[in-house]
Design a protein around this ligand. Structure first.
Ligand SMILES: [Zn+2]
Length: 464
């Protein structure tokens, strides 16, 4: 036993040394067009990376012994932040049996067990999509542990995580998400239960306390939620809220919500909403593509194919297999009913899309800070690669590509409470950056042309 421990210790030292080596080398990137994440575009700029950090940006002399990388004609931005993901979800219905029940093939308890034991499965998809940081805004307690684990692993994105959610949804409705050992949802039965959840998540180190739904017509719930909000304030944590009707979202802002993880979907936001968001310094994550993802995943089961792009083959094999075999699950559902529901769902989505787009643009124009978040893990919204679709949807809403670069990098780091570490290309920041073939300041789709990604000074080749 001792010998095994010794061998493990040696292996640990070796792997630490190799990580250390990656971080101590000095590299200079030369002649790039750099978007620094603060809204500046620097032509013919150099970037020096040393010890995993950025040491110089702009006009920099080549340090002796530095490896030189010529980026003439190439573009550099900070690493992207996906500010809305869920590691407990797979990107398909096996982790959302409430939306489509495939439990005969995929028992939920086993799916959730696998997600807990192997979150590494998504790291490559994130990094090779240029995403160097993610915010898990709701999951099992183990998601909070990823914060520390991933921070010290240059093969993983940085993670911030909120942990289990507090919700007005009934115990019967949320039972399907929970298991006898761990919960992802806590029913707010009384103020004390909510306050204890806040204290527990906070003591685990959660970045935020997430509320799933604000039942404004239930005075008892609102009274309990107010006590929860006060406890969040008292513990020095912050409130994250999922609420899509305008009245609910306003109530969330009234309680001090600092991050709204979904669009207001029922109507265009008004002046009162904008003022509340500005006063709170609330970040607004439009999360525009996730509902269409559910529809695409449904169509996959109906045999219509699954609409996603993965030219660099970054999605893990298990996910690809599950999606490609989707038509084989059709015997578990009422295919005729599902197919006849498609036009109605398409219409509803089209209406909702236009309200979400109008709200994202209006809030952006009025100075409310947006972030980019995909809700990855939900059916049809795959970890990593979905980031491009989300940024493109925000661009279609009328937000300029140059503004989107800031939204997708610096703003995301701010909402993760990591802006002093990453999110911009500035002296002293961690060397998290991406090299692109095409100009993302002209069209945000250029983010798809990612060639290389650097996380903490470690370079990852995406395309040769
Ligand atoms: Zn979500």
């Amino acid at each position: 036993m001792k010998r095994i421990l010794l061998l493990l210790a040696i292996a640990g030292i070796v792997s630490c040394q190799s990580t250390h080596q990656e971080k101590t080398g000095v590299t200079i990137f030369e002649n790039a067009t750099v978007y620094d994440g603060n809204g500046n575009k620097l032509e013919n700029a150099n970037i020096i990376v040393s010890g995993g950090r950025i040491e110089c940006v702009g006009e920099c002399d080549t340090p002796q012994g530095a490896s030189v990388v010529d980026l003439s004609g190439k573009f550099v931005t900070p690493g992207i932040v996906d500010a809305h993901v869920h590691f407990f979800q797979t990107g398909f219905f096996d982790s959302r049996p409430d939306a489509m029940d495939l439990r005969e093939i995929f028992p939920t308890i086993e799916t959730y067990g696998y997600q807990a034991s192997y979150p590494e499965r998504y790291y490559e998809a994130y990094l090779k999509s240029g995403v160097t940081a993610v915010y898990d805004v709701g999951g099992m307690p183990w998601s909070i542990e990823l914060q520390e684990k991933c921070e010290n692993d240059l093969s993983a994105p940085h993670v911030a995580a909120a942990g289990p959610l507090i919700t007005p949804a009934s115990p019967e409705r949320i039972e399907i998400f929970n298991n006898p050992v761990e919960k992802v949802m806590v029913h707010l039965s009384d103020a004390e239960t909510g306050k204890r959840t806040v204290r527990y998540n906070s003591s685990l180190g959660s970045t935020g306390i997430k509320i799933w739904g604000v039942a404004i017509d239930d005075p008892e719930f609102i009274s309990n939620l107010t006590e929860v909000a006060n406890e969040v304030e008292r513990t020095g944590n912050k409130l994250i809220v999922h609420s899509t009707p305008l009245a609910q979202a306003k109530a969330a802002l009234g309680l001090g919500a600092r991050l709204l993880v979904h669009s207001v979907e029922d109507q265009v936001v008004d002046e009162e909403f904008i003022q509340l968001a500005l006063e709170n310094n609330t970040y607004y994550n439009p999360t525009m593509i996730v509902s269409r993802g559910y529809l695409n995943a449904t169509k996959a089961v109906l045999g219509d194919g699954f609409d996603f792009q993965d030219p660099n083959r970054v999605i893990d094999d298990k996910t690809v297999k599950m999606i490609s075999e989707a038509p084989e699950y059709a015997y578990l559902v009422d295919t005729a009913a599902l197919r006849s529901s498609l036009p109605r769902r398409e219409n509803r989505l089209a209406m909702r899309d236009s309200i979400m787009a109008a709200n994202a643009l209006k809030l952006h124009q009025n100075g409310v800070k947006l972030v980019v978040g995909t809700d990855a893990g939900n059916p049809g919204t795959l970890h990593g690669v979905s980031i491009f679709n989300e940024m493109e949807a925000m661009q279609r809403a009328g937000i300029s590509a140059e503004d989107l670069i800031v939204i997708a990098t610096r703003n995301g780091a701010e909402t993760m409470e990591r802006a002093t570490d990453f999110g911009t290309i500035e002296n002293g920041k961690m060397a998290d950056l991406i090299v692109l073939e095409k100009d993302p300041g002209v069209d945000i789709s250029a983010m798809r042309s990612v060639l290389q990604v650097m996380r903490g000074g470690k370079m990852i080749q995406v395309k040769n």
